[in-house]
Design a protein around this ligand. Structure first.
Ligand code: SF4
Length: 355
């Protein structure tokens, strides 16, 4: 299904995303929003109100996802959820979180949201008694709870990128984030095709305009047509030169510090691309990336099967490094592809970002 122009508005079959806290209380390796190295910052409600109201004039979607970083770190999350709902962009509001702070949330939060997606990581799971409290609040307010259990990530980007235009185009063409899940992102007065094109230029800092991949929001009469053209464009974004889209190598989940997060991806795109999965995506654009499951028992089995020597989930500084820093001894990470080719709608942030 593609985008339509209905009554002067672009209609998306999926959603759009609002990042409200750019930092996180976890440090997942290869987080696709680069939260472990992004500056600590919160969206101002005035900025959110301005952008949501401008976008609402030209765009409709099935849902709006409120995420980050970790969205529950925003002290004004409840008013922000009210702004999202009142904007009328979508009839459904979802908060994507790692869940660690959910036990603190009270009735006002649960009343303001339709769905909560929890990304559960190894050794970062709420104790059952706290989950019972979360479930009770969700049930009381009729909120849908969705859990995705992660055992693996895929590398989300390569520090050194690539000069191979063919590879850039292949990664862009098969990118589930932009074309299947359509994680379009509202950020600082701009509409971006994907979160990676927001955060990669800011972290890598190549000296260019960090907003170059986005479309400036406007209330001009021709904006819906320009938005439609932007969304349908076959041209890769500037960020695709470093981004791995959906085809980064698969690796066991691990936590990283702010200091060593970037070392892990200090490689070329060629070194970090899972060519087998890239080819599979040619045939099956919605292929399962093999990073998460919805069933907890299946997750525990996956974790138990991890190869000897795989980094412990809780390893931080000094952890076994699959990608040593620069220099002659630098070795390419190994491919631990486990993609099944099935369909797993809950794994749409499998580069380590869903919350
Ligand atoms: S930067 Fe390119 S490859 Fe990466 S998520 Fe965006 S569109 Fe996909």
């Amino acid at each position: 299904m593609s985008y339509d122009l209905v009554d002067g508005k672009v209609v998306s079959p999926e959603g759009c995303e609002l990042n409200v806290a750019h930092h996180c209380n976890l440090g997942c390796a290869s987080c696709s929003h680069l939260s472990p190295v992004f500056r600590r910052s919160l969206i101002a409600p005035e900025t959110a109100a301005r952008d949501l109201s401008l976008l609402a004039r030209s765009f409709r979607a099935r849902f709006v996802k409120v995420l980050g970083g970790e969205p529950l770190l925003h002290p004004e999350l409840v008013p922000l959820l009210g702004l999202v709902r009142d904007s009328g962009i979508a009839p459904h509001t979802t908060v994507c979180t790692n869940g660690m702070l959910l036990p603190r949330m009270r009735d006002d939060f649960w009343a303001a949201v339709d769905e909560v997606e929890i990304s559960v990581y190894p050794d970062r799971e709420l104790p059952e008694e706290k989950m019972a409290g979360v479930r009770a609040y969700a049930e009381k307010h009729g909120v849908r709870l969705t859990l995705a259990y992660y055992s693996h990530f895929r590398y989300s980007y390569a520090e050194r990128g690539t000069g191979d235009d063919g590879l850039v185009r292949h990664i862009y063409d098969t990118c589930q984030i932009a074309h299947v899940w359509r994680c379009h992102t509202l950020y600082e007065g701009h509409f971006f095709k994907c979160p990676q094109s927001v955060f990669l230029p800011q972290v890598l800092g190549d000296g260019g305009d960090p907003m170059a991949d986005g479309l400036r929001l406007s209330d001009a009469p021709d904006f819906p047509a320009r938005l439609l053209a932007y969304l349908r464009s076959p041209e890769p974004l500037r960020a695709c030169r470093n981004c791995l889209g959906s085809a980064g190598l698969r690796m066991p989940h691990q936590q990283r510090t702010r200091r060593d997060f970037r070392e892990l991806q200090d490689h070329t795109s060629e070194e970090l691309t899972d060519r087998r999965f890239l080819r599979l995506l040619d045939e099956r654009p919605d292929a399962d990336d093999g990073c998460a499951v919805e069933d907890r028992d299946a997750w525990r089995e996956r974790l138990a099967e991890r190869p000897p020597g795989a980094p412990a989930a809780s390893a931080r500084a000094g952890a076994a490094r699959s990608a040593p820093h620069t220099g002659a001894g630098r070795s390419a990470p190994s491919d631990e592809s486990g993609a099944s080719g099935g369909h797993a709608p809950s794994t749409r942030y499998a580069q380590g970002k869903r919350s």
